[in-house]
Structure formats: structure tokens, C-alpha cells
Ligand binder design. Structure first.
Ligand code: FAD
Length: 474
């Protein structure tokens, strides 16, 4: 009674909806992961993300072995690989979790179709969200397009409890493993084997146990100060769980349960507010996933059609300076260098650099969206696209028109210039006040080997507003 569980962004054995259902039906369960060229060869793939994925798969393989079974690795199109394997091993069913991304949705239809043609049962589940897109609608049965009413509805819905760890599985016999190899199962390749080189440090070590440790550490301390500290990029004030949530090395119900435990541990109103603010971030993640599920066209362009007429500058020199962290605006450069070095950037800084690209450099947000995807270890179509459209004002929540002043942002959120000094080494000796206000003289910049500002913020934001009026139409 073999059940194949096809893993995608659920690389763990605990708090796992699909595996829990499979385990109820049978103890003979194997996991499969398919390295899909359609994903690995995309233009917006990141070496950091592939490398992280491979490390997560390695950890999951060990977990499967400890549980008595195997995680098999394949390379190729899932619509061929999965049905072929299921047929060869005479599996009774293939289970997987649903996804919100347009490519995943169409891929899954193809795989399900091919399996059904062979008489193999398919069961699918929602796992990566506390509430699936079918659960949260407006009073008029429409998907939400504004966050606040979404949150108000989402928070009132009862949430499932965390599920226990999967154990005591029966895997494939040696002879069956041989058959699987003949059907194309391969040893887990390294990221390098796949053509990706990444030697940056990890924000969060890969795999399930590291994610659980991180959640425990965060939810027993920093969560209580999240409200105050989350906006300061020099402070380790956020959970840093985004890579775990991207790859599902932690279950979302476990994450939710940790917030409830934190609530029980405090009577301070401030701390309770902080926990709720963190829950709201989890809801932003769900809001963007629902949005992408219901409006797949978001992946290809602005939500607000008027933005198709916005006159963007095709200035490659400025774009390259932004990518490299060479704009002459210290906070922007620090953030871009953090991204380039560790494949992650603090949320405050993601907003600052996105505003800078679109509203100071007048460059199309989609260039920035793609560059982020090419670097981020947590790069996720729904959240990234949502964050970029929010920052550009082209998305669902366009008001107020958001233009961040990089100088005021540094003054508020990096007042001592600590974050800037951490990432922009040539500015380490500069006086804090000058660093934060950016008032570093042209001569000093030259002697430090630090660029002059590539644009004037005041002029550029006026120009942005002028162009915005032209395309706005409301
Ligand atoms: P915490 O502050 O601890 O938040 C907890 C979790 O909530 C995060 O791990 C994340 O899963 C979720 N979350 C938090 N903020 C947001 C948000 N604004 N939108 C959606 N989910 C959120 N997040 C990604 O996971 N992948 C991306 O590709 C991504 N791209 C972004 C691009 C831009 C331009 C912007 C402005 C934001 C983007 N974000 C993205 C959201 C946010 O910046 C990161 O989730 C956050 O910085 C991750 O750090 P953390 O885990 O410490 O977050």
C-alpha cells in the first residue's frame, strides 16, 4: 500500500498535513523531490536559494532515514517523473500540498492528469497557510484586495493545532530501491553540480531542527520586543524565519502555536501588542499568497493597470549602481550589500531600497523584483511581488503614495549608523551624524573610495510625482 508524498515547499516531517493524512492511510510512505528544470533554469533563480534548498533536502533525507523510509531525488519534469515512478513502484496514491503560484498550479494539473490516466489516486491538501485561499472572502464572496479588512477576518477564524512528528514508516526494500534507481532516482546533487555557486553565510541554518530552534529562541525572547525593535536593521529584532517559511522547514501551525504560548507568558500590554504585530506579519504573508492565487496576473505586471503607462527610465548604469550598493546613499548601499552577501535583507531596508529604485531612480519595479529573486534565500513570488507592488504604489494598497526619504529613514532607523558601518566598509571611519545624514563631502567620498550620490532625492521625487500624476487617472 505504498503512498508517495511529493515534497515541494514542505521540507520537514513534523506538523505536516499531507504526511499526517498519508500516515493514517498507510505506514508505507516514501518522499520524493523532483529537481525541476523549469524552476532551476528560470531567469530569476538565486544561487543562495538553490544552495539552501539542497541543504534542506539533505536534512530531510536524514529525517526520512530516521523515520524508517527514504526521500528519493529525481531530476526532470514532474509530469513525467512522478507518474512514471508511481507506476513503476505500483504506488496506490500520490499526495502533495497545493500551492498558489501560477506555474505550480498548472504543473500540478498536468501531474494529476497523468496520474489519473494511469489509475493512480491523487490527494492534495493545503499546508503552507493557516487559511487557504478558499477560506477568506469578503461579505460579497470576493477575494480581499486590501490588507486591513483581510486581517480582521483572518484573525477571527479558528486555527488548526500543530500536528505531531511523522515516525515509524516503512520505506522501500533494497530491491524496490533498485527499481527506483532504474526509474531515475539519483543521489542528491550539490548546488555546484547544478551550476550554482554560493559561499555566503546562512542567516538561518538549513533544515527542520534549525528552524524549530530559531522559532523557540525568537518566541521566547525577541518576540516580546518586536513592536519596538523590528524596524532597526542593526538589531536582531525579527525572527529571521523567512527561509524556513519559504521552504516549509517549519509548519505554519507550529509557528502560530508559538505565538499563543508567548501570549500566555506575558501580562504586559506592550508585549501582547508586539506578539500581535508579529502575527500580523504572518497574515501579510497569507494575504499576498491569497492575492497571487486569485489574481495570477500579478506575477506579470502591476495590479493597477494605469501603471502600465508609467514612464520608467531605462537607465542601466543607475540600475547597476543600485544592484551593487554603489548609489552614494549609505543606507541604500548597506542594504544592497547585505542582500548580495547573505541573500537576505531586513524588511525596513527592503522598503527603503524598493522605494529608492522606483521613486528616486525612476526604474521599473519589475527590474528590482527580479534582482531580489536572483539573490534572496527567502525569495518568494507572492511576498516579493507583493512587497514590490506595495512599495511602488502599483499594487492593491496604493495609498498613501509612499516615497521614502533615504536620509530620514537612516536617521530614524539606523541613528548611530551601525548598520551602515557593518555593510559599507569604506564608511566605517565616518562620523555617525555625517553617515546618517549622508553629508559626506565630495572630497571625503573620493578619498574613501565611496561614490557621490547618483541622483538628488528631492529632484527625483518631484519628477516621480509628476509622472505619477500623468499615469494615475484617478
Ligand atoms: P519577521 O519580521 O520575523 O516576520 C515573520 C514572517 O512573516 C516572515 O518570515 C515572513 O514569512 C512573514 N512576513 C513578514 N513581513 C512580511 C511582508 N511584508 N510580506 C509578506 N510576508 C511577511 N518576504 C519573503 O518571505 N520573501 C520575499 O521574497 C520577500 N520580498 C520582499 C520584497 C520587498 C520589496 C519587501 C518590502 C518585502 C519583502 N518580503 C519578502 C517581506 C519581508 O521583508 C520578509 O518576509 C522579512 O524581512 C523576513 O524576515 P523575518 O523572517 O525576520 O521576518
Amino acid at each position: 500500500d505504498l503512498i508517495i508524498f511529493w515534497h515541494r515547499r514542505d521540507l520537514r516531517l513534523s506538523d505536516h498535513v499531507g504526511l499526517t493524512a498519508a500516515r493514517k492511510a498507510s505506514s508505507q510512505i516514501i518522499g520524493v523531490f523532483c529537481l525541476d528544470p523549469m524552476i532551476l533554469h528560470r531567469e530569476d533563480i538565486a544561487a543562495s536559494r538553490v544552495s539552501y534548498l539542497i541543504d534542506c533536502l539533505q536534512a530531510l533525507q536524514e529525517s526520512y532515514l530516521n523515520a524508517g523510509s527514504q526521500l528519493l531525488i529525481f531530476s526532470g519534469s514532474p509530469a513525467k517523473v512522478i507518474p512514471n515512478l508511481a507506476k513503476t513502484l505500483q504506488a496506490q496514491a500520490v499526495f502533495w500540498h497545493q500551492d498558489v503560484e501560477p506555474y505550480a498550479k498548472s504543473r500540478d494539473v498536468d501531474v494529476a492528469q497523468a496520474l489519473k490516466e494511469q489509475g493512480i489516486r491523487v490527494e492534495t491538501f493545503w499546508d503552507q497557510l493557516l487559511h487557504s485561499p478558499a477560506e477568506i472572502y469578503t461579505g460579497n464572496e470576493k477575494p480581499y484586495t486590501v490588507y486591513t479588512p483581510f486581517w480582521k477576518n483572518w484573525i477571527t477564524k479558528p486555527k488548526s493545532e500543530s500536528l505531531s512528528q511523522i515516525a515509524n514508516l516503512t520505506g522501500l526494500s533494497v530491491a524496490e530501491q533498485e527499481i527506483a534507481t532504474q526509474a531515475g532516482a539519483i543521489a542528491l546533487p550539490s548546488a555546484k553540480d547544478l551550476g550554482f555557486v554560493w559561499d555566503g553565510a546562512w542567516l538561518l541554518p538549513a533544515g527542520e531542527s534549525a528552524a524549530i530552534d530559531q522559532l523557540e529562541a525568537f518566541s521566547s525572547s525577541a518576540i516580546f520586543d518586536y513592536q519596538e525593535q523590528r524596524n532597526f536593521p542593526a538589531i536582531d529584532g525579527t525572527s529571521r524565519l523567512s527561509p524556513a517559511l519559504k521552504f516549509g522547514t517549519i509548519g505554519i501551525r507550529t509557528v502560530w502555536a508559538a505565538t499563543l504560548t508567548a501570549f500566555e507568558q506575558t501580562r504586559s500590554e506592550e508585549s501582547q501588542k508586539a506578539i500581535q504585530t508579529w502575527q500580523q506579519e504572518l497574515a501579510w504573508r497569507e494575504f499576498y499568497q491569497h492575492a497571487l492565487y486569485h489574481f495570477p496576473e500579478l506575477a506579470n505586471g502591476p495590479y493597477r493597470q494605469q501603471f502600465n503607462n508609467f514612464h520608467w527610465d531605462e537607465n542601466y548604469d543607475r540600475f547597476e549602481a543600485w544592484c551593487a550598493g554603489e548609489t552614494g546613499y549609505p543606507i541604500v548601499d548597506a542594504a544592497m550589500r547585505q542582500l548580495n552577501e547573505i541573500g537576505w535583507m531586513h524588511n525596513r531596508c527592503r522598503m527603503i531600497v524598493a522605494s529608492f529604485l522606483t521613486k528616486d531612480l525612476l526604474i521599473n519595479w519589475q527590474w528590482g523584483e527580479k534582482y531580489f529573486m536572483q539573490r534572496l534565500v527567502d525569495g518568494d513570488l507572492a511576498s516579493n511581488n507583493g512587497g514590490w507592488q506595495w512599495s511602488t504604489s502599483s499594487g492593491m494598497d496604493p495609498k498613501p503614495l509612499r516615497i521614502f526619504n533615504p536620509i530620514t529613514q537612516s536617521q530614524k532607523f539606523d541613528p548611530e549608523g551601525e548598520y551602515i558601518r557593518q555593510w559599507v566598509s569604506e564608511l566605517r571611519s565616518v562620523d555617525s551624524e555625517d553617515l546618517v545624514t549622508g553629508k559626506i563631502s565630495p572630497i571625503e567620498r573620493q578619498s574613501l573610495g565611496y561614490p557621490q550620490p547618483i541622483v538628488d532625492h528631492n529632484l527625483q521625487q518631484k519628477e516621480f510625482k509628476r509622472r505619477y500624476q500623468l499615469c494615475k487617472g484617478d
